[in-house]
Design a protein around this ligand. Structure first.
Ligand code: NAD
Length: 488
């Protein structure tokens, strides 16, 4: 078994995976259950700078051989990983829900998605096609081919502990790259479990490495290393922007997925029950901790009173409790820092003149956890901080507008551009919104959050930088193009 006993009262410490070895760290990370803060989900070895360096060296050393493998070998590895993730989705989903706080259904759903992603990219390994053209010079052919980039640094946030790592690691490996993976410190459990599966999948030593630890230490080492050819980052805008500058300054390739301030528009002709359900799902499920969550609910005046009344009723019915309880709709917030941020924004909103109509108070449950009643704020104006800055919790604000034109203008009045949704029965408005919403993903009568794994994912403006993730578009980041001229 790959776990080890460190011989102290902590019991098992899950180690880092570097160059095909399970490696101890100088310190440990306690993985705390946000549904019950007295419960330690597990202990995880914290890597230092030297461990990060060793992982980078191992990946760089393994690259030439891995890049030259048959796509069938890479497809088989990824397919095995996908199969195991799907077979163990309940146990892994339970672990995920315990460490992150999303409900068990959401945890199992996320692991399922990770499994599907690995299987999708198993196929992509075999479909890395190029182009063949006649040159403008007689007797010369031009081949356009795709080659792996090299060592990929994968840096991920806490809110999707297995799906986001999967949608970066699977395409990286599929196209022949090596990986150094640094998960968020709050959720090492799912990252370790995925690594444990990868460690038995047939990958040669050094091709995939896990270094759990602080962003300021391990993350910085990955970002700064000239041996890391590309960095794929998902996280906050502030971190992403700073990190991109460092990577670009040393000539590396970078891809960023960052924050959102996504709008859900409800127009007068919307199907009311459907609009309410879409909004509740978008804003509050997964505790509102999704980059694609709707946090600005923009409602035209003809439906405003009816919609807000029905939404308040729906929010009141949401059951907030331990992530693993079968009837829980909304789990806890991930940690105290995030909970405090949610509470601070509710204060700010009220000081700026908005009105809290439901929720917003800390809740007591059987065990002590970071429970927050989903909060809805009304009478909010587009320029208020609550409508400008990402909160990242179960907090949504409603903005009343005169008509569709104003709704669209408010939708686009943000520095972000990840998702935007509209609830309407009008084909004309749906088409117009689809074309004019300044977002990477547009949703018509479906929640702003909840996306497929086989199509591109990403945003515009301040939400994203670099090529899209997922689906066939992932190849753009994880390969580099070569144009060859050949005369017989
Ligand atoms: P974060 O920016 O604090 O951390 C993200 C990752 O960066 C973590 O692994 C962290 O350890 C690491 N990091 C921190 N400092 C670093 C440094 N100096 N150098 C290198 N790495 C460093 O984000 P978070 O709090 O974990 O996640 C929440 C954020 O993620 C939200 O802003 C949310 O919108 C965003 N997010 C975006 C998407 C998307 O696809 N657009 C998806 C999920 C989450």
């Amino acid at each position: 078994m790959v776990q080890d006993k460190d011989g102290d009262s902590r019991g098992e410490v899950h180690r880092n995976w570097i160059g095909g070895q399970w490696v101890k760290g100088p310190e440990v990370i306690a993985n705390i259950n946000p549904s019950n803060v007295a419960e330690v989900v597990g202990w995880y070895a914290k890597a230092d700078q030297a461990a990060a360096q060793a992982a980078i060296d191992a990946a760089a050393g393994a690259f030439a051989a891995w890049a030259g493998t048959s796509p069938q070998l890479r497809a088989d590895v990824l397919d095995r990983v996908g199969t195991e993730l799907l077979a163990r989705r309940e146990a892994l989903g339970t672990l995920l829900s315990r460490e992150e706080g999303k409900t068990l259904g959401e945890g199992i759903g996320e692991v399922t998605r990770a499994g599907q992603i690995f299987k999708f990219f198993a196929g992509e390994a075999l479909r890395n096609e190029g182009d063949l053209l006649d040159s403008i010079r007689p007797g010369v052919r031009v081949e356009v081919t795709r080659e792996p980039v090299g060592v990929i640094g994968v840096i991920t946030p806490w809110n999707f502990p297995i799906a986001i790592p999967a949608w970066k690691i699977a395409p990286a490996l599929a196209f022949g790259n090596c990986v150094v993976f640094k998960p968020a410190e709050l959720v090492p459990g799912s990252a370790w479990a995925l690594t444990e599966i990868l460690s038995r999948s047939g990958l040669p030593e050094g091709v995939f490495n896990l270094v759990m630890g602080a962003g300021s230490v391990v993350g910085e080492a990955i970002v700064a290393s000239p041996r890391v050819d590309a960095v794929s980052f998902t996280g906050s805008v502030e971190r992403g922007r700073a990190l991109a500058q460092s990577v670009v300054a040393r000539g590396g390739k970078v891809q960023l997925e960052m924050g959102g301030k996504n709008a859900q528009v409800i127009v007068d002709d919307a199907d009311l029950p459907r609009a309410v359900e879409i909004t509740a799902q978008s804003a509050f499920f997964s505790t509102g901790q999704r980059c694609t969550a709707a946090s600005r609910i923009i409602v035209t005046q003809g439906i405003y009173e009816r919609f807000v009344g029905a939404l308040v009723e729906r929010v009141a019915a949401l059951r907030v409790d331990d992530a693993l309880k079968p009837n829980t709709d909304i789990g806890p917030v991930v940690d105290m820092r995030q909970l405090q941020q949610d509470l601070d924004y509710l204060d700010i909103a009220q000081r700026e003149g908005a009105r809290l109509v439901i929720g917003g108070q800390r809740l007591r449950r059987e065990a002590e956890g970071f429970y927050l009643a989903p909060a809805l704020v009304v009478d909010s104006a587009p320029q208020m901080r609550v409508n400008k800055e990402e909160i990242f919790g179960p907090v949504a604000s409603v903005i009343r507008v005169a008509d569709y034109e104003e709704a669209l203008a408010v939708t686009n009045d943000t520095v972000f551009g990840l998702t935007a949704g509209i609830a309407t029965t009008s084909l004309r408005l749906a088409e117009h919104f689809k074309r004019h919403a300044q977002a990477g993903m547009v949703m018509v009568n479906v929640p702003t959050a909840g996306v497929d794994y086989h199509v591109p994912f990403g945003g515009r403006k301040g939400s994203s930088f670099g090529p899209r993730e997922q689906g066939r578009y992932a190849r753009e980041f994880y390969t580099t193009v070569k144009t060859s001229y050949v005369a017989a």
